[in-house]
Design a protein around this ligand. Structure first.
Ligand code: FRU
Length: 477
């Protein structure tokens, strides 16, 4: 089956399941030296059905080993999205007489959506569902899902965030089993063009200041800026019970403006000695994901990214950059510098999985950048439009495959150069494009069903641009 599939679109360093359907990342937790990545998975086909938690582990966030399916549907329903924690203090009582282990929180999606838990005493290899499930019953609301659990250090209790239709509900518990609703957030705040899904909450320092902010992540579908699914965030305070946003009520903040970054979640229990907040997103969009023609798998994750906050004129804003571990996937660098003009490119590289660092200085060109996945009659353009002041990914000419519903589009983000200098980090991986600019404040992630082209080539239009340095690394996990 694999031989008859679409190996030309199989990413090398981006996680994909060996076979069948995948959507959201679930249960992200670091435990005994392993990063766990559970995911929405149909073990039997490339359709969104039989939702289970697939499972992969990594010790370096680059090479993933797919393990057996962790949680399968039961009499309460399919296993929808959720989270996991290490119960260090055995608050749940699931680990009496043994080493503290993992507790997972998921939505049982049957006739109604309810929240259930399961635990593992063997590093996530096997799971026991709690016999008291559901732990949060459905109160008569259709969209009631995606529990995210965090530890509230000051009170020594657990907090659970739940996406409830158009808002986030906050619950608290001493023992991971008994949950009390304590607050709600969302009315009149942020984007409401679709249902709210997959919340997350963490505190981050604002780089270069003494301050920190709580970051509330809320995915929304549809209603995203590139159509369909997108990840929005709110910045504010959290006292263990209530989230209080700092921005004006009409502020809408998006993690990024590409089409394919959804349901992003961060890893729990990364040791304080590491100190990073790392997350990963599903690299697709509900608008067209069910028509994406990859075989024998359907669905990819982004690369794991480190998130941060930076101070801007509008206040703190989110930054993202690929985890530094990815640099271990780099092969020998090829370097170039020079002038790129509309008279034709002077340099090109081949490879459909490349990590690229480019440093441009604006000159006379109205538009410049890097064409990727260039074939005989196809290309994907990663560019900067000088007059518009925007960074863009244009996949309209990427190839003949078209899953429909607005897939054939150009996605742009406002971006100023720094005194005429533009620094880009670009990851391409056979069917994915991720662009990071402005130290990670501007990001675009797009799925690209390229037509087989694997040439990368800088370009300039209507004039020239200085390419101060170009570094191109092949990548392989
Ligand atoms: C988000 C989502 C979640 C749900 C899961 C079902 O993409 O819709 O809200 O739990 O996918 O697969």
């Amino acid at each position: 089956r694999a031989a008859a599939g679409t190996p030309q679109w199989r990413p090398t360093v981006h996680f994909t399941p060996a076979e069948n359907w995948m959507n959201d990342p679930n249960g992200l937790v670091f435990h005994e030296g392993e990063y766990h990545l559970f995911f929405q998975h149909n073990p039997y086909s490339t359709e969104h059905a039989n939702l289970s938690w697939g499972h992969a582990v990594s010790t370096d966030l680059v090479r993933w080993d797919e393990l057996d399916v962790a949680l399968e549907p039961d009499e309460l329903g399919e296993i929808y999205s959720g989270s996991a924690v290490v119960d260090h203090r055995n608050t749940s009582g699931f680990f009496d007489g043994v080493e503290p282990g993992l507790v997972a929180f998921y939505t049982s999606a049957g006739e109604t959506q309810q929240q259930s838990i399961a635990y593992s005493r063997d590093r996530g290899r096997t799971w026991t569902k709690f016999d008291g499930n559901p732990v949060i019953a459905n109160p008569g609301i259709e969209d009631f899902r995606d529990p995210k659990v965090i530890w509230d250090e000051p009170s020594g209790q657990w907090v659970l965030l739940l996406a409830v239709d158009d808002h986030i509900a906050f619950y608290r518990s001493p023992n991971l089993r008994d949950w009390d609703l304590v607050s709600e957030f969302g009315a009149g705040r942020g984007a409401h063009g679709g249902v709210w899904e997959c919340p997350d909450l963490f505190e981050l320092p604002v780089a270069g200041t003494e301050e920190s902010r709580w970051v509330l992540i809320v995915s929304i579908n549809p209603g995203g800026p590139a159509g369909g699914s997108a990840t929005q965030y709110f910045l504010g305070d959290f006292d263990g019970t209530t989230f209080v946003p700092h921005d004006e009520p009409d502020t809408v903040l998006w993690a990024e403006l590409g089409a394919d970054f959804y349901a992003a979640q961060s890893w729990s229990d990364i040791p304080a000695s590491d100190g990073r907040r790392l997350w990963i997103g599903w690299l697709s969009n509900w608008d067209y994901t069910k028509q994406v023609p990859t075989e024998p798998w359907r669905g990819a994750m982004t690369v794991p990214r480190e998130v941060g906050l930076v101070d801007t004129d509008e206040g703190p804003r989110l930054t993202q950059r690929p985890v530094q571990e990815l640099e271990s996937a780099r092969g020998p660098v090829r370097r170039w510098s020079g002038t790129v003009s509309d008279e034709g490119s002077v340099v090109e590289y081949s490879g459909a999985a490349l990590d690229v660092v480019a440093d441009f200085t604006v000159d006379s060109a109205a538009m410049f950048g890097i064409d990727v996945f260039v074939g005989e009659r196809s290309r994907t353009r990663v560019g900067y439009d000088v007059r518009a002041g925007e960074l863009f990914v244009d996949r309209t000419g990427a190839g003949s495959a078209d899953p429909g519903s607005g897939y054939r589009a150009r996605h742009a983000a406002p971006l100023d150069t720094e005194d005429g200098v533009l620094r880009l980090r670009l990851l391409i991986d056979r069917s994915t494009v991720e662009v990071f600019a402005a130290d990670g404040r501007v990001v675009l992630t797009d799925l690209v069903l390229r037509d087989g082209g694997d040439i990368l080539r800088p370009f300039a239009e209507d004039g020239r641009v200085q390419l101060n340095s170009l570094e191109v690394y092949p990548i392989e996990a």
